[in-house]
Write a protein of this length. Structure first.
Length: 120
């Protein structure tokens, strides 16, 4: 596969990868866009010619993520995490506002998690 076709495939993946505006400077989609622009020259060629196999494996992994291959192969029975929080609660917690509230608190995040697991 040529470097230009790799670049076009990365651009296709980037277009379908959503950006989460609630996590500025901490969003995976934002990081992927930055890594792709750092890895290719303006002409679409790889900056490091020996990175073609690594580039192909990263491209395959991102395609599997975008197409939800593993989510479809191994569907989840519950939409909660180990802490018992729902997806919506986790999204609020990792948003910029949630991170700010946690950082302003005297109790550390790990202490809060430990408190959630204590027996009542």
């Amino acid at each position: 596969m040529s470097a230009l076709s790799r670049y076009k495939n990365f651009l296709r993946i980037i277009e379908s990868w959503p950006l989460d505006k609630s996590k500025t400077n901490r969003d995976l989609g934002e990081l992927i866009r930055k890594k792709v622009s750092d890895g290719f020259k303006a002409s679409g060629e790889l900056k490091h010619a020996n990175d073609s196999s690594n580039c192909d494996s990263q491209l395959d992994a991102l395609e599997r993520l975008v197409k939800d291959v593993h989510l479809k192969s191994y569907p989840r029975s519950k939409n909660t995490c180990a802490t018992g929080l729902t997806l919506e609660e986790c999204n609020i917690l990792v948003s910029n506002e949630g991170a700010q509230v946690l950082s302003e608190s005297d109790v550390t995040f790990m202490d809060k998690l430990k408190g959630a697991f204590k027996k009542k």
